[in-house]
Design a protein around this ligand. Structure first.
Ligand code: GUN
Length: 283
């Protein structure tokens, strides 16, 4: 039997409908939620991501402003732009698209964002609060994965979740969010020895390693839930995840497709965080 597909497009749409209602209520009270998206340079993938984020904002009735800066922008110039956005009443969320050009220290830039507007959840203040289980903006991709599991009715409490990948954006926070919901968490990564010996024990596998078709049948226990966070291009330029879908299909109980799984949830949770920031600002 085939694995059940976790449809991120559908779940994302449901959540976006409830966000749209919250946007409408804010607008009736005279406030339009605003997101500033800062793009430095001409990275083609970043340009596509940014365009999608802006389109989604506008589709839901939010205001979105693109701050487009030259690839030669200095760190000081970028900090000055962020400080301007920090001070603006019509901007509730600030997102600096990563990666940044080499001359700019990403950590310093992320730290310059007012934590009250850090809708990506990347700043040291947001990460610290998340670690402590305090209320804060959660990073959009792992937050979206938690929503996928919740909407699919998968209770993670007591389950063994094995995370493959240790990025600041996905792997590390993913483990924290699962831990907070009482999962038992194992972190693995591209340098883990004998990876299948870990992933084979998983009730839930989170593949976030950034390697096309890396997770195959040999990694997956019968009945495991497989969440594929990867967005890669294969040798034919086709969009593929970190999981070899055909190989794992029928072994996993549930699986997310690429595209249409985790991807749509990342932008959905960005909208969610932004409306939340606007509500807090209006309170
Ligand atoms: N680059 C890749 N993913 C992300 C993301 O979620 N947020 C930002 N700001 N940049 C990214």
């Amino acid at each position: 039997m085939s694995s059940a597909i976790i449809n991120g497009k559908e779940i994302g749409q449901q959540i976006r409908e409830s966000i749209a209602q919250r946007v409408e209520t804010l607008k009736q009270n005279g406030l339009t939620p605003g997101l500033a998206v800062v793009l430095v340079g001409d990275n083609p993938a970043s340009k596509t991501y940014v365009a999608n984020k802006q389109k989604s904002c506008e589709a839901i009735g939010m205001f979105s402003e693109l701050v487009k800066l030259d690839a030669a922008t200095t760190q000081e110039e970028l900090v000055a732009e962020i400080e301007k956005l920090n001070g603006r009443d019509d901007i509730h969320g600030i997102l600096v698209q990563l990666p940044l050009p080499k001359q700019i220290d990403e950590d310093a830039i992320i730290a310059a964002i007012d934590p009250a507007k850090d809708v990506d959840g990347f700043s040291p203040v947001s990460v610290g609060k998340m670690m402590l289980g305090q209320e804060t903006y959660l990073p959009c991709t792992p937050f979206g994965v938690m929503k996928l599991l919740e909407y699919t009715g998968i209770d993670v409490a007591g389950k063994h979740a094995v995370i493959v990948g240790r990025s600041h954006i996905v792997g590390k926070p993913m483990g924290q969010l699962l831990l907070q919901k009482d999962a038992t968490v194992t972190y693995t990564h591209s340098k883990t020895n004998d990876l299948p010996s870990y992933t084979k024990q998983a009730d839930i596998i989170i593949a976030a390693v950034g390697r096309p078709n890396f997770i195959t049948a040999e990694h997956v226990k019968e009945g495991a839930v497989v969440i594929d966070v990867g967005i890669n291009r294969d040798e034919n330029n086709k969009l593929v995840g970190d999981v070899d879908f055909a190989s794992v299909d029928g072994i996993a109980s549930h699986i997310t497709p690429v595209p249409g799984g985790v991807g749509p949830m990342t932008i959905t949770m960005l909208l969610y965080n932004t409306v939340q920031a606007a509500e807090i600002a209006s309170a």
